[in-house]
Design a binder for this molecule. Structure first.
Ligand code: ADP
Length: 259
């Protein structure tokens, strides 16, 4: 890692328009990484050239979600070359660079520097970089937004009030930096009992859609709480890559994002 971290990013005189789509949440555990992986896969299915950046420096999960843990990026002309996993999407995560299970004890500037290297890599002709942001609204998030100027942001929240309050904070962080809101996604909405099919709402229902209206931003869709989503995610086989209702939900969200 130290070799990579020491590489200085050479700013090119001509900066292209941002192709970064930030996927963010007010707090962890609401499904930001799950949405990022599936959104990248669904956008790829729609024919877009996408790349995926795991900006969750301290808790990277994209290598596992996208079954690319065994890959190691190389550096070319002092920039990283993304790896491509079985789902055909070029991607970079700290998990490709550090030993699995090893805690990173970096302070903000170092983490920010590492993140810069994941973003300023050889992304080739990628039209859109889906960036799985670190959870929350702290320093790393702010400096990432200021430095890399995302073209837009998708916010993910569970329907619960507390999560929504945090999501609102994330919305305001992007708004302050002048980043357009692509929309809000409600995750873990509605659970169908695998035995009797009865629907229940462990985290409430509809809260994010109301919040989107309240914040005057588009509502992009609702992802159910489903064992299959968790199981496939853990197996590195994003539901968006398959068929059926869950794949349709992610492709539906991707269509709205691509518009
Ligand atoms: P975050 O990136 O916000 O921390 P994750 O995407 O890692 O959240 O999700 C946290 C956990 O919840 C993971 O184990 C993931 O598989 C699971 N999960 C996320 N969304 C769903 C869902 N809709 N249904 C079932 N499990 C989910």
């Amino acid at each position: 890692v130290s070799d990579v971290v020491e590489v200085r990013i050479i700013e090119t005189a001509e900066r292209r328009p941002s192709r970064i789509l930030a996927v963010a949440s007010g707090k962890g555990g609401v499904g930001k990484s799950t949405l990022s992986a599936n959104l990248a896969v669904a956008l790829h299915r729609l024919g877009l050239k996408v790349g995926l950046v795991d900006a969750d420096i301290y808790g990277p999960s994209q290598a596992k979600l996208m079954a690319s843990e065994d890959q190691k990026p190389v550096a070319q002309d002092k920039k990283l070359v993304p790896v491509t996993g079985p789902h055909g999407i070029p991607m970079l995560s700290m998990a490709h660079l550090v030993e699995p299970g090893k805690a990173l004890a970096w302070r903000g500037p170092m983490a920010g520097n590492a993140l810069g290297q994941l973003i300023d890599a050889h992304w080739g002709d990628a039209e859109l970089l889906v960036v799985d942001m670190p959870p929350g609204t702290g320093d790393i998030q702010l400096s990432m937004i200021q430095k890399h100027k995302p073209a837009g942001a998708v916010i993910v929240s569970t329907p619960q009030d507390l999560a929504l309050i945090d999501a609102t904070r994330a919305v305001s962080l992007f708004a302050q930096a002048g980043v357009p809101m692509v929309g809000l996604v409600e995750n873990m909405a509605g659970y169908a009992c695998p035995h009797c099919g009865e629907m229940s709402d462990p985290f409430g229902q509809g809260g994010a859609e109301q919040e989107a209206v309240h914040l005057s931003m588009p509502f992009l869709g609702r992802i159910p709480l489903a064992i299959d989503i968790r199981r496939r995610s853990d197996a590195g086989d994003p539901p968006a890559a398959g068929e059926g209702a869950h794949a349709d939900v992610f492709v539906g969200i991707a269509r709205k994002v691509a518009d």
